[in-house]
Design a protein around this ligand. Sequence first.
Ligand code: ATP
Length: 241
Amino acid sequence: MKLVEIENLTVSYEGVSALDKVTFSVEEKDFLGIIGPNGAGKTTLFSCMLGLITNYQGTIKFFGKDIRKSTQHLSKIGFVPQKPVFEKNFPATVEEIVGMGIMKGYDKDKVDESLQKVWLHELGKRRIGDLSGGQQQRVFIAKALINDPKVLILDEPVTGIDSQSMEFFYQILNDLNRKEGITIIWSSHDLDAVARLATKVACLNRTLSFHGISEEFFHNEDLLKMYSESSMQMHMHKHED
Ligand code: ATP
């Protein structure tokens, strides 16, 4: 079953194109890794899916419904943003942050259940600022899981996290997908992790140059070469600016 269908999605900022006729769909239980260089349009794509950008061209459907006509899909999506940074003395506890995600009233059992899924159930009373960067990011997964989403969207979630925490984070994502059946849409610069975890890959750089089975991408020398060349070009442009 198709959970998300995106057709000819086009977005411009002040006349400059950020996404150009992007078309792909996401099937139930997919683990989709979206790869692309800085500025490729990954965050823009997620902002459209989450209803934060509405002046796009094309269509986005969740569960068969055009998101311009219904916002029902939002209750079925959990979103994990790029790594937040908390001041050491930020006053909220882990439980309070997770509980903030609940749509209908605070529910302690739900908070505990969500924290259990990310192996943080013993740290619920701690202040968020006392946790490591990797643990904080797991708190944000717990918050995103609190309304039992069908889809988890993660925007480059592990940037700046040490490699051991990153592996743990990936293990949790893997279990959520394989054991709990949650569909995952995840943008990442970590090509090795995408090769290991994702079942499907989308290669985005304003346009979509590939969308399909992960092995198909990672076993195709031409596609890999094209990806690394476009990343390199973007990198050079950034340094010329
Ligand atoms: P990164 O990996 O660096 O987070 P990204 O793939 O998420 O990048 P976007 O943040 O979606 O890419 O940006 C796509 C393009 O749109 C970039 O050229 C960016 O500079 C531009 N852009 C993004 N947001 C805005 C905005 N609010 N106003 C103007 N231009 C923007």
